[in-house]
Ligand binder design. Structure first.
Ligand code: FAD
Ligand code: NAD
Length: 463
């Protein structure tokens, strides 16, 4: 028997859940099919729990630095069960918030694995047994992505941790090998190092974050050096041996020379694979791109009628705020609007300490695209707030249009970099000139006050 709904959403990630709630609240009969994470990755296993654990690690560091602040905290001992318990409390509370919103919005939460059996028709293998078949007049796919495990000999047997298992550790690894020096690799490497693990990042490229400017990467490399995180770049891995949690080794080539390293634990942070295989998308008439993402147009419409895809599974930038913007685009278009993903500004913040945040053009992108720009740049130490915190590393820089006062891009490395970013992004989004921030009266001593210093510099032309 097929149950008819106005809307069926597959996957309760950021965009999917907000669409479900909003459409249900507007009176549409809506079902959400979710197999495991109520609320999706972000609150359960991704953004929020990682930042929670990263904060515990920061507290450990501050406690170790206590003498510098005129305090005596004694010897710092890390209790990973305690770290995990704090994280779990937060996650449990967030899941409850989600359950309440499902109930209050009138969205029917169907817990199970969904597979398309026909256009807009999902068969759900229910978690507590049995199955249901749901058909939506409209269907939204929001299945997200999972950690990519490189398909190397021995890798499967090595059972590397992903972020999911790393966030559940109850011991500090002796020696953590981090496979991939991207977002997850850098954030988790620093947290684990701060808990006391020896940490080695093994990266395929010749530098971490290869798309970012040299000065930003140099700050992050300096951070790794300060903290005692080893970074080995330019490694072409060939195989793994052993098992994460006991002893695990990686073998490959580095600049043509044999390379190997052994550790106690292995974390796979080598990118993401969309959860699009084996869910009957062919039966639904939903096509994939060559890279396995759901093929969508800039209104997030798939190749099937009345079927949308949002978030990581649709190839949107892999950030929760991108998925949230996907929600707004589909919502507004369903209400008769005409919004698209074209040319949208996509800021990001990497939650290392110091943080790294960027919106708009970087210098390397401007050079690659032949875009002339004027540059303003200051060291973070010029932002007086950093002196009060004893956290002075990093810099602020902005690319300004060569001929008018608009802002083309902004990069911040330093304490609270992600918070400062928002002000600049708002100016860029509204088309405000940089002089609007320069001339604003911003409270002293805050981090955003640093923007008045930055934009008070004489811009230097880079043509
Ligand atoms: C460790 C980590 C840290 C991150 N930190 C940040 C950060 O600080 N800031 C940031 O902006 N982004 C961060 N991200 C990225 C961000 O988490 C993702 O971009 C975002 O969660 C994607 O949301 P989504 O809705 O596309 O997918 P998800 O939130 O993954 O939701 C997909 C849901 O679909 C369900 N599902 C999949 N297939 C099926 C099926 N067949 N049947 C039923 N259910 C199914 C899954 O169980 C899941 O709950 C981080 C990611 C990771 C892994
Ligand atoms: N603060 C944030 O916003 C945040 C935090 C974590 C994750 N995320 C999102 O999640 C996504 C996934 O994170 P991620 O760190 O897994 O991916 P990533 O794409 O950021 O980094 C993966 C890294 O692994 C390297 N790599 C891939 N295969 C390799 C191999 N075989 N050997 C050695 N190195 C290899 C890549 O060169 C790359 O540097 C990010 O791109 C980001 O969009 C965001």
């Amino acid at each position: 028997m097929i149950e008819e709904f106005d809307v069926v959403v597959l996957g309760s990630g950021e965009a999917g859940k907000y669409l479900a709630w909003t459409l249900a609240e507007s009176g549409l009969r809506t079902a959400m099919v979710e197999r495991r994470w109520i609320g999706g990755s972000c609150p359960n296993i991704a953004c929020l729990p990682t930042k929670n654990v990263i904060h515990s690690a920061k507290v450990a560091t501050l406690a170790r630095r206590s003498a510098e602040f005129g305090l005596s905290a004694g010897e710092v001992r890390v209790d990973m069960e305690g770290v995990r318990a704090r994280k779990r409390r937060m996650v449990d509370a967030l899941v409850q918030v989600h359950e309440k919103r499902y109930a209050s919005s009138g969205t029917e939460l169907v817990l199970g694995q969904g597979t398309f059996v026909a256009p807009r028709t999902l068969q759900v293998a229910l978690n507590d047994g049995g199955s249901r078949t749901l058909r939506g007049a409209k269907v939204i796919i929001s299945t997200g992505s999972r950690a990519t495990i490189p398909g190397l000999p021995g890798m499967k047997e090595a059972a590397p941790m992903t972020h999911i298992e790393a966030l559940e550790l109850d011991v500090v690894p002796d020696h953590l090998l981090v496979l991939g020096g991207g977002y997850i690799g850098l954030e988790m490497a620093q947290a684990m190092r701060r808990f006391g693990a020896r940490v080695t990042i093994v990266e395929r490229n010749h530098r971490v974050l290869p798309r970012e400017d040299d000065d930003a990467v140099a700050e992050l490399m300096a951070m790794c050096q300060r903290e005692g995180i080893d970074v080995v770049t330019g490694v072409e891995l060939q195989r793994a041996e052993g098992r994460s949690g006991a002893e695990v080794s990686l073998y490959g080539l580095r600049d043509g020379v044999a390379f190997s390293i052994s550790g106690s634990h292995l974390l796979a942070s080598a990118g993401r694979t969309p959860n699009n295989a084996g869910i009957g998308l062919e039966a639904a008439g939903v096509e994939l791109t060559e890279r396995g993402f759901i093929r969508v147009n800039d209104r997030l419409e798939t190749t099937a009628e009345n079927t949308w895809a949002v978030g990581d599974c649709a190839g949107s930038p892999q950030f929760t705020h991108a998925a949230f913007d996907d929600f707004r685009i589909v919502r507004d278009n369903l209400r008769g609007g005409s919004r698209s993903t074209r040319d949208r500004l996509m800021p990001f913040a990497l939650f290392t300490d110091p943080e790294f945040a960027r919106v708009g053009l970087s210098e390397s992108e401007a050079r690659q695209q032949g875009i002339p720009y004027r540059l303003v740049k200051i060291p973070m130490a010029a932002v007086l707030r950093t002196r009060t915190l004893s956290e002075e590393t990093g810099f602020l820089k902005a690319l300004l249009h060569a001929e008018n006062d608009s802002i083309l891009g902004f990069t911040a490395v330093g304490v609270e970099a992600g918070e400062i970013l928002g002000v600049v992004e708002l100016a860029m989004r509204t088309g405000a000139p940089y002089t609007a921030i320069r001339d604003a009266v911003l409270p002293h001593p805050t981090m955003v006050e640093g923007l008045t210093v930055l934009f008070g510099q004489k811009p230097v032309l880079h043509a």
